[in-house]
Structures are given as C-alpha cells and as structure tokens.
Design a protein around this ligand. Structure first.
Ligand code: GLC
Ligand code: CA
Length: 578
C-alpha cells in the first residue's frame, strides 16, 4: 500500500454504499424558496442550491433534507403538491434537479426529499377530476368526500376544525364536502384506495431512481383514517388526541404499519436501501412504530424542540429517547428548529413556557417582537450551547437553514407580506410560521443580503435590517461566529462516530483526580449536564446562572460554545473535552 497524501486526498470519500450512513448524520434542512435565488425573481430555487454546494461542503453536513420543490400554488409553502413527480417551474426543472443532486453527491452530501402523502393540492389532476366527477364516482373515492348534514344538507359532515383553523370540511356545491385537515387547498387522500397507494409507490421509485438517498415523510401519522359514521365530535377527537392505542379516527392508526411496510419494500429495492424519517407528532411511547426497521426506520423526536433550556428536561428527554431507539434499533433524531417553529435562538431568549408547544414564542410573535422580556443575545448564547450539546449526542442531528448563522425569528413581517395559511385562518391568534422562513442573508452589504443574483433586491418575504450582522460573509470572517462554531463542531463530530453509546458522568466515573480538583462539585450540580462518548469525548453544559469550575482533570478543551471564564464554564455554555 502506498502512503496516503492527506493534503491531496478528497475532503470526503465518494459516497460509499454504506447502509448505515444515516445513523449519525448531520442533516441540513433547506427550505428552497428561502435559501438562494439564482435568477433574481425573489424566490429561491434549485440552481440556487447547486450554486451553494461549496458552502454546504464547508459547513460539514452529511446530508440535505430538501423541503417540497414540486409544482405548487404555495397555499402552504409547497406542502400543497400539484404533481409529485416534477419540479415547480418557479424553482427549476428536472434537469436542474439532476444537476443539483450530482453536485451534492460529488461533494459527499446525500439528499433526502420531502414526501407529502396525507394530502395533495386542490390543483392536483386527481382532485380536479374528482370535482368534475359525480358523487360516488371512483375519482371522488381517491379523496374523502361526504354528504352534507342538516335538513337541507348544507352543514358540514362534522364540526371538525382544521389544524390551520376553520372547518376541516369544504363544500363543493353539489351537496358534498371534502375533508382537509390542513388548508382547504390541501384535500386529504383516501388511503384505503389502492390507486392512491400505488401512486405513492411510483413516486418513491421515481425519486429513488433519480438518486435521492431518502425521504422525509410529512404528517406520517395522518394517512390512515376511520370515517365510519357516525363521526365523533371535534371535542371528542381532542380528548382522544393522546390515545396511544391507535383508536383515534384520524391520527396514529394501526393501519399505517401496513402502508409503511409497502414503502419499506420499495426502499429495500435499492442499494443502499433508501432511508426515511417520519414527521409524526405522536406520543413518545408510539414513536417506535414509525422508527421500526420494518417501517420508515427513523422518526423525528421533537421533544428537545418543545423543551425549555433546562437541565432536568434535557436529561429526561435524552434518556427517554435512548430507551425508545433501543426498542427498534433505530437511531435518534435531534432537532431544535425547522420551518414550522419559532427559531431556537429566539425561543431561548424568552421566558420558559414549561414545554407548552411554543406558547411563549407565539405570544412574542403576536406582540410584533416587542416583549420587554426578550433577550436576543442570551437566546443566541443558549442556542449555541444547546446545539453543541446536541451535536455530541448519539444519533442524527437535523439542522434548519440559518440556525448555523444564529438567525433569530423575524417578528415584524407586515401583515400584507405574510404567506402562511395559519395567519389567514386564525386571525389575531397565530401569526404563523413566516418568521422562520425569511430568505437567508449571504452578504451584509448586497441588495437582499445577496439572496439573489446581480444586485437583485427581490425577496419573497422581507428581510429585516438586523440580518446584516448574521450574513454569511460577516460570520465567515469572524472566528467566534456561530457559523464557525457549527463548522468546527461538525468537523469534530465525525471523530465521534462509530459508537452510539452515551454515559452520564458522575464523580465515580471521573475518578479521584477530578474529585480532588472540584470535579465532584461540578458533576453533582443539578444545573450541569455532563456525558461521555466513545474514546473519552466529554460534553458538559452549564444550564445554570453561575459559572462552574472546570477542573483540568476532566480533559482538554477542544471546543466551547462561548468564551470560558478563567477556567470556569460560564452560564449557558457547553464545552467539549477530550
Ligand atoms: C407538516 C409540514 C408543515 C405543513 C404541514 C401540512 O407539518 O412540516 O409545514 O404545513 O405538514 O403539510
Ligand atoms: Ca428564483
């Protein structure tokens, strides 16, 4: 064997046929409309993604998860799909898609695409056919149509509320209504219909054949439904929503196993098998159903995303999820931010809400971001600490575009610029999710912060002036920036892989040396979480308000989320030691 030349070796090896690549991958979510715009129309697109592959490469991620890029009227930011096997002309062409995936793969980055199986858009050919076809026709059977209620049949079939607000039933003018658990532009499919099932298998093969490495499955807990009459009331459904026995008529039903077993068979036709990760907002005790190897293989755990910045909550969540993956042999999925929630740098700058589904973040948004309790700097400091902790955990880490810049949520989007259906359907109650979907700042002094090309100032959502300090070029040049923290952490993380064990540190494990130098005090502190990973890697986070001494016996510092304070670990700081 000839000696290797490290300086000339490619940064990443060509994607090997490793069936386990996903187990500890850092996956970066791209919301394509807001990532990079290649033609200056204000809408990010696929050539924009391709042009930024060097950036993704320098970040050190293992895979990209691309949110929907299919033809869509954007009634729900692309989660209203007109055609599952094409690219939205606003975002490019299938040829652009092929170029993008080739560029990603050449850089050693895999690609996961978003599949939206619970509903199509109302512009999908099948839904148009259903509208044009009579009641009781096979075309209507692909969706969920029911007769109206009341003396003249003008009342909806039930009082169900859609997730975005308002009735979940929309009349079509001939006495029938269709079900839409989300916006009226998103009619729910009937998954008892064999054509629906076949068509999704075809879609999975279509993208897998084009080289995609996996799928993020939207609303994975929703597909199977039991609409046997009489329908229960909305209040009953709300009461049942935590059911863990598959008895809820709309969510988390047992029949899903059969659907995903069919999908699994398709995934396994490929080499390596295609992977899938379920977006399933179910009770933690049910998550393993989606994560099972006979099913999708992995499921998001949104527990940290819902938690406060709190040592006890973090520790309980980590333990619970380590147990949960042990049930199936899956690997964990950690996530703090995505396109549906207030960004974590902002959440952590607000008072704790006891895990109340982001209630505090929503109230802050409603106030236009004017809450006196908001502390942006502190929020970012905690976010950096939390992320560094997460990146040391076993399992895969899902990152959302912009969090590597420490971007905050944008609260002051004018109503006239808002796009999220949640805003329109729940007026005055929820301003929606546009604030985390604002186009990324690439260059501090360029129009639209370099989102577009050639000085275009177009941006489909307005960017605040404050984005300048988070711009990629500014952070690139600052060794202490959040961007450079993520880069260093992701690079070091590769050395952590290969073993999915985590051991909580207590004094007995650390030994007498540490004891003598104050290690016991640190490891006993309820506000400190410390754990060890393979080959002696340690991650220690101070969730408290006062600095804690960091005895040298605990190891050599390899990375810290913020400046250390004379050998002590300051509040809201994580340190990696070796
Ligand atoms: C998922 C998506 C969200 C979308 C909804 C309906 O929760 O993440 O953005 O609005 O499904 O498709
Ligand atoms: Ca564009």
């Amino acid at each position: 064997m000839t000696a290797a030349h490290p300086s000339t070796a490619p940064a990443r090896t060509v994607l090997a046929s490793d069936p386990d690549w996903w187990r500890q991958a850092a996956v970066y979510q791209i919301y394509p409309r807001s990532f990079a715009d290649s033609n200056g129309d204000g809408i990010g697109d696929l050539p924009g993604v391709t042009s930024r592959v060097p950036y993704l490469s320098s970040l050190g991620i293992d895979a990209v998860w691309l949110s929907p890029f299919y033809p869509s009227a954007l009634a729900d930011g692309g989660y209203d799909v007109d055609d599952y096997r094409d690219v939205d002309p606003k975002l490019g062409t299938l040829a652009d898609f092929d170029e993008m995936i080739a560029a990603l793969h050449a850089a050693g980055i895999r690609l996961i695409v978003d599949i939206v199986p619970n509903h199509s858009s109302n512009r999908h050919a099948w839904f148009q056919e259903a509208l044009a076809s009579p009641k009781g026709s096979p075309a209507r059977d692909r969706y969920i149509f029911r007769d109206g209620e009341g003396p003249d049949g003008t009342e909806p079939p039930s009082d169900w509320q859609s997730i975005f607000g308002g009735s979940a039933w929309e009349p079509v003018g001939d006495g029938q209504f269709y079900l839409h658990l989300f916006a009226p532009e998103q009619p729910d499919f009937n998954w008892h219909n064999p054509e629906v099932r076949e068509d999704f298998l075809r879609t999975l093969r279509f993208w897998a054949d084009r080289g995609v490495d996996g799928f993020r499955v939207d609303v994975a807990h929703g597909l199977a439904k039991d609409l046997t009459a009489p329908l229960r009331s909305h209040a009953e459904l709300m009461e049942m929503r935590l059911a863990t026995d598959g008895s809820h008529p709309l969510w988390d039903r047992e029949e899903l196993d059969e659907i995903y077993a069919e999908w699994r068979a398709v995934f396994n036709e490929y080499q390596p098998p295609r992977i899938a990760v379920a977006e399933a907002w179910v009770e933690p005790s049910r998550r393993h159903r989606y994560a099972a190897p006979s099913s999708l293989g992995q499921a998001f755990n949104f527990d940290l995303l819902r938690a406060d910045f709190d040592a006890a909550q973090f520790r309980a969540i980590i333990d619970q999820n380590l147990e949960s993956v042990a049930l199936t042999g899956s690997s964990n999925t950690w996530v703090f931010s995505n396109h549906d929630v207030v960004r974590h740098a902002t959440r952590y700058g607000l008072p704790a809400d006891g895990g109340d589904e982001g209630a505090v973040g929503k109230a802050w948004l409603l106030s236009g971001g004017r809450s006196p309790e908001y502390d942006a700097e502190f929020g970012l400091r905690r976010a950096r600490a939390a992320t560094l902790l997460m990146l040391a955990l076993p399992g895969s880490a899902y990152l959302y575009q912009g969090e590597e810049l420490g971007l905050p949520e944008v609260a002051d989007i004018p109503d006239s610029a808002r796009q999220d259906p949640t805003f329109f359907r729940s007026p005055g109650v929820d301003v929606g999710r546009d604030g985390c979907r604002v186009p990324l700042p690439w260059e501090a002094s360029a129009p639209a912060f370099g989102f577009g090309v050639d000085g275009s100032d177009a941006s489909h959502l307005p960017q605040p002036e404050s984005f300048a300090r988070y711009a990629v070029d500014v952070e690139d040049a600052d060794p202490d920036s959040t961007l450079n923290l993520y880069r260093r952490a992701l690079a070091l993380r590769h050395e952590l892989q290969g073993d999915e064990k985590l051991v909580w540190l207590d004094e007995s494990l650390v030994g007498a040396d540490a004891d003598a130098s104050g290690g016991a005090a640190l490891l006993d502190d309820a506000e400190v979480l410390a754990f060890e990973r393979p080959s002696g890697w340690r991650s220690i986070t101070n969730f408290g308000d006062t600095p804690v001494p960091l005895p040298a016996a605990l190891g050599r510092v390899v990375l810290a989320s913020g400046p250390l304070d004379d050998g002590a670990l300051p509040p809201a700081t994580t340190v990696w030691l070796r």
